[in-house]
Design a binder for this molecule. Structure first.
Ligand SMILES: [Zn+2]
Length: 376
């Protein structure tokens, strides 16, 4: 497995800030644009460096709370044995990339609630601190927003908790709703139901936004897209979860010897549809030659070069009974394209990402058809 790839952030254009409880924290480049924008707008309206520092300081404090919120999800997931790849800060909030969500609905509810719970705890602690300091506290939350930075943080944390608890994907409340539904129906159906609640909510929010506040329109769009993405991901997840490699394996394929010339590969490529070839020696797969490797070899040494010189030697193997879900994860984390599939420890065939995605598309079309008939 390629260790360089494993340490890369889940999102491109992210810079590493540090590590919290063993989880890497990244900040996305667009977040810096937000900070710059805040700084500029304070400078324009107040013309003082102190106001700029305060404005930027408040946003940083707010996003520290967002990181703690995500850490709440991550550490609760860890208690159920689920790792978190990293936490990334975006201008619209934070994302904790959990390896997966728990399959047990009760655990999923706990993981989802842990984030908003952190914000409520932070708000409570600030409230306690302000009381100990005997600060003057307005009774109304809205007047607190005009108060000191700590009072503003208190209100914003309550808002974060409340907003995230809305029962709409991709908010935490949407996950709670899905998990509650999943206790009564299968997970895919529950996700579809929860996603449509999310979209109905987004529509309503969008309408209110058009009438009163354009910012709500932006959030509505975010909720709508999130709900669709979640439903799509879940569909693919369940397809991959249910199928094994035996469904996607290619058993008719051409293979190479490390001593073959690239000229032979050109002929095989032009004769058929295969683009990636396993390289076999003494009945064992010792490498893979992809089309890119072939082209590189042709550029550097021409058609007489040996396959062995240009093949990739980090070939992954998988048993024919492994689920497509775990195979996809392995291919993604290793950055590989082709797997050697074994049955009883003997080479039974090959599989690549394209085959798996083809299978997913076919299965999705079949399921879509079944649903249409059920609805009639
Ligand atoms: Zn959350």
């Amino acid at each position: 497995m390629n260790s360089k790839q494993k340490n890369q952030p889940s999102m491109k254009w992210s810079m590493r800030l540090g590590t919290l409880a063993g989880i890497a924290v990244y900040v996305h480049a667009t977040f810096l644009i937000l900070l710059l924008w805040i700084a500029l707008s304070y400078w324009r309206s107040e013309q003082s460096l102190q106001a700029v520092a305060q404005g930027v300081g408040f946003i940083l404090a707010l996003f520290a709370c967002v990181v703690l919120h995500e850490l709440g999800h991550a550490l609760t997931a860890r208690r159920f044995g689920i790792k978190t790849r990293d936490i990334t800060l975006l201008p619209i909030g934070g994302v904790a990339s959990l390896e997966k969500m728990p399959d047990d609905p009760k655990q999923e509810i706990l993981v989802a609630l842990a984030g908003p719970a952190v914000n409520i705890v932070i708000a409570g602690l600030i409230w306690l601190w302000l009381n100990l300091q005997q600060a003057v506290m307005p009774g109304e939350l809205s007047s607190m927003l005009q108060g000191s930075m700590l009072q503003q943080l208190l209100v914003v944390n309550l808002f974060l908790a409340g907003f995230n608890l809305l029962p709409a994907f991709p908010m935490d409340g949407g996950r709670v709703l899905r998990a509650l539904l999943a206790m009564r129906m299968d997970r895919t159906a529950a996700t579809r139901r929860a996603a449509s609640v999310g979209q109905a909510f987004a529509l309503w929010l969008g309408l209110v936004g058009m009438l009163y506040n354009p910012f709500l329109l932006f959030i509505a769009l975010f909720v709508w897209i999130g709900a669709m993405a979640e439903a799509g991901t879940e569909e693919i997840r369940s397809l991959l979860h249910d199928a094994t490699l035996s469904h996607a394996i290619i058993t008719h394929f051409e293979s190479l010897s490390p001593y073959d010339s690239l000229a032979r590969v050109i002929k095989l490529t032009l004769d058929g549809v295969q683009k990636d070839f396993p390289v076999i020696e003494n009945g064992e797969v010792i490498g893979v030659l992809t089309q890119e490797d072939l082209l590189r070899g042709l550029q550097e040494k021409g058609a007489l070069a040996n396959v062995g010189e240009y093949m990739q030697t980090n070939v992954e193997e998988a048993d024919i009974n492994e689920s497509l879900e775990s195979v996809m994860k392995r291919l993604q984390s290793s950055g590989g394209r082709l797997l050697a599939v074994t049955e009883n420890n003997r080479l039974a065939g090959i599989v690549n990402i394209d085959n798996i995605m083809e299978l997913v598309r076919i299965e999705a079309a079949l399921r879509e058809g079944n649903r249409a008939f059920r609805g009639l």
